[in-house]
Ligand binder design. Structure first.
Ligand code: PMP
Length: 430
């Protein structure tokens, strides 16, 4: 087997340096099973961070579905194929009525790019409303609408057609508290007014219904409902980016947008959809899909091919058969309550938030000033890893510990995570 140092040196030679490694001392993982990862020395890590491996690492039913379909056939979506259409039916059955039509793609970024293209065609406008700190990821069209990147290091800001409203953060944002939803929705109205006053039309409002890179941020109640209404009244479309939060992770709901009681015109999804296999989609209404059918064909070489569809369908089946949405609800609720107990003990924990198995712990140096404890967050993440628990950090101030494990996470795993975190916080004297 190639040693860790030669992997690192090959990596430095042949992989782009703009790609970082996780943890100060990087991991060399060689095996995954369920919610566990194993390194070359056989050390076991409890994986509380890899939300992509949604139903567990190397789930046998997903592996079997992929293998069987690979052995039978892998073509593309230009042929009649029952695997593809059965999956499209099963997927749209999980969405509210009316969201019936799929465009299959290969990454969340590709899905978001296509969603923007569809919206721009329908509305004949590019004027886009986004949330500050949002991240819709890595295509050029998406850096333009991702303040997380274009306002960060080496970013060149937002183009004129992008209108950014303050991140709806009830903890440390422009407006605070549970009742701040209306105030943030007013900011959406202000963006609409600005667009219209300049003689233009609103194209689209895109948001995650619980912000991942925004620091596991639960949007204030009513925010999306009011914002969607205002955007619709202005003739715009709403896109829900479900790439991180969809597929039962929220516990009470299969989709993140349901936590805010809204129905978007366009939904984008990816990551967990293929449990690690490159599979993503844009799902929209028949009316919108037909209006986009403007003569310029949309074909995607790999998107939704029979192997991808078989994998995606197996993931849906496993979620159902193993009751993983319910597990996300039960274990997530339990874990959150344990974390809230820790919050009482350590003043560095400013906020514990999230739904289901998508939780965040915001760290602050001072409960009054809310000074972000970013270095501490990084140190805690690394100490947790040394003790066999994998989490990550994020948020605009890099001070939020992120917990988003495969949905097979158990209550015992939750106890192990919280006891380890307690030890780390205690040792560091926070
Ligand atoms: N949207 C959100 C909210 C994401 O977090 C990501 C991935 N981090 C994407 C879209 C894009 O996914 P991908 O990496 O598959 O392009």
């Amino acid at each position: 087997m190639v040693g860790k140092s030669s992997i690192q040196s090959l990596r430095e030679t042949h992989l782009a340096p703009s790609l970082s490694l996780s943890y100060t001392i990087p991991l060399h993982i060689v095996k995954g099973e369920g919610q566990y990862l194993y390194d070359t020395d056989g050390n076991q890590y409890l994986d509380a961070v890899n939300n992509i491996q949604h139903v567990g690492h190397c789930h046998p039913k997903v592996v079997e579905a992929a293998t069987a379909q690979y052995q039978r056939l892998n073509t593309n979506t230009r042929y009649l194929d029952e695997t593809i259409v059965n999956y499209a039916k099963a997927l749209t059955d999980k969405l509210p009525q009316g969201l019936d039509v799929c465009f299959f793609t290969n990454s969340g970024s590709e899905a978001n790019d296509l969603a923007l293209r569809i919206a721009r065609h329908i509305t004949q406008s590019k004027e886009t409303i986004i949330l500050d700190a949002a991240y819709h990821v890595n295509l050029s069209s998406l850096i333009e609408i991702s303040p997380y990147k274009h306002s960060g290091k080496s970013g060149s800001g937002a183009p004129e057609f992008v209108h950014t409203i303050p991140m709806p953060d009830p903890f440390r944002g422009k407006y605070r508290g549970d009742n701040s939803g209306k105030k943030y929705a007013n900011e959406v109205q202000m963006a609409i007014d600005k667009i219209q006053e300049s003689g233009k039309r609103v194209s689209v409002f895109i948001a995650e219904s619980l912000m991942g890179c925004g620091g596991q941020l639960v949007l204030p109640k009513g925010f999306l409902k009011e914002s969607f209404q205002k955007v619709k009244e202005a003739g715009g479309l709403c896109i829900a980016d479900e790439v991180q939060i969809g597929f039962g992770r929220m516990g009470d709901h299969f989709w993140g947008f349901e936590t805010q009681g809204v129905i978007p015109e366009i939904v984008t999804m990816g990551k967990s959809m293929g449990n690690g296999h490159p599979l993503s989609a844009v799902v929209t209404t028949r009316e919108i899909a037909d209006a986009f059918n403007n003569g310029m064909e949309y074909f995607n070489s790999f998107g939704g091919n029979p192997v991808s569809s078989a994998v995606g369908h197996a993931v849906l089946n496993v979620i159902e058969e193993e009751g993983l949405q319910q597990n996300a609800k039960d274990v997530g609720f339990y874990l959150k309550s344990l974390l809230n107990e820790l919050k009482e003990k350590y003043s560095i924990i400013g906020d514990v938030r999230g739904f289901g198995l998508f939780l965040g712990i915001e760290l602050v140096r001072d409960p009054e000033s809310l000074e972000p404890a970013d270095k501490e967050a990084d140190q805690i993440m690394n100490s947790m890893k040394e003790k066999g628990i994998l989490i990550s950090t994020n948020g605009p101030d890099h001070n939020v510990l992120k917990i988003k494990p495969p949905l097979v996470f158990t209550k015992d795993n939750a106890i192990q995570l919280v006891e380890t975190l307690n030890g780390v916080l205690n040792e560091a004297d926070y």
